[in-house]
Design a protein around this ligand. Structure first.
Ligand code: GDP
Length: 296
């Protein structure tokens, strides 16, 4: 589902989430472990306010584990507990209710001291489209639930989903809009599959992807496509196009006259990047020495 995020939609999405916050104990902010900055809503602190929050780095199966650890430290420094999960297989999703309880422990203790019966923790999953909200809800619930109505502006009755853990979830996750202000953010969202290709040109997305990979993960790119010539300067457009053409030739993407079909090659590059065939890749890191550059 593609959502057009007009200012009115953003206002309504924000309001809807704030209505839901009244019903819950903790917000679960879902980010893509490969692009924790680009997959973060720019107003998330304002929207969630002082609500207890757990950050979940999803799709960590596709991300560089070394950099994921750095992100966990970084968010801790920012004051947020963070867990890294793979919702597609369920790996470590059980850490979410455990950590949520830890975060809420004082509140739970206060309720116990007043003689109240502690109930299951109530959570709301929030995140940008395609970050894996529905997949995570299904994993936590241990069954497939048709998750609908999560369009900004569409209201429907709230229901609690019982999970297999000591945690209930609101059945409609909070949909946040991605960052738009920066071209690089758009391309990173597209590379990882968060934005549909119809919006951006496939060859342009692949160009950005190859450039980022050539800068940070050249050995992975070289190994996957059996490339022999490393770029002397990955910031040079000509060099990136040459790598794309080499990949195209390797994969038999040729048109008559022996020219490389760049569109076809681009499709292959993006498919293999997104499915993890190039290895575990993170495009943004919190500290300069790691995979990405902060703020980019
Ligand atoms: P939503 O729009 O936030 O509800 O996102 P979905 O739950 O529909 O997930 C978007 C895509 O990401 C789907 O193709 C999922 O299979 C995939 N996905 C979700 N979580 C993970 C994960 O942890 N690892 C991997 N590899 N894929 C995931």
């Amino acid at each position: 589902m593609t959502i057009q995020w007009f200012p009115g939609h953003m206002t309504r999405a924000k309001r809807q989430i704030q209505e839901k916050l009244k019903l819950i104990d903790i917000a679960i902010e879902l980010l893509d472990a490969r692009i924790p900055l680009s997959s973060r809503n720019p107003m998330v602190d304002e929207i969630l306010g002082g609500k207890p929050r757990l950050i979940v780095l999803n799709k960590s199966d596709l991300a560089d584990p070394r950099v994921t650890e750095q992100w966990i430290d970084y968010f801790k420094y920012e004051g947020h507990e963070t867990v890294a999960v793979d919702s597609s297989t369920g790996t470590r999703v059980g850490d979410i209710p455990v950590k949520a309880k830890e975060i809420l422990q004082e509140k739970i203790d206060r309720q116990l001291a007043k003689g109240m019966n502690p109930r299951a923790v109530r959570g709301l999953i929030v995140g940008i489209p395609n970050v894996g909200k529905s997949t995570l809800i299904n994993r936590l619930a241990g069954r497939n639930i048709a998750i609908t109505g999560d369009k900004p502006g569409v209201t429907k009755g709230q229901q609690w989903i019982k999970t297999t853990f000591d945690m209930d979830l609101l059945d409609t996750p909070g949909i946040l809009w991605p960052k738009f202000e920066d071209e690089l953010v758009g391309y990173r969202l597209a590379m990882t599959g968060a934005i549909r290709e119809q919006i951006l040109n496939v060859e342009d997305i692949a160009f950005f992807a190859v450039r980022e990979l050539a800068e940070r993960y050249w050995p992975a790119l070289q190994e996957r496509f059996k490339l022999d010539k490393a770029p002397t300067d990955p910031s040079e457009s000509d060099e990136i196009v040459r790598i794309m053409e080499d990949i195209g030739r390797r994969r038999g993407c040729l048109v008559s006259g022996g020219q490389v079909d760049l569109e076809k090659a681009s499709g292959i590059i993006l498919r293999e990047l997104r499915s993890g065939n190039l290895g575990r890749i993170t495009l943004e890191a919190p500290f300069p020495a790691a995979a990405g550059r902060p703020g980019e």
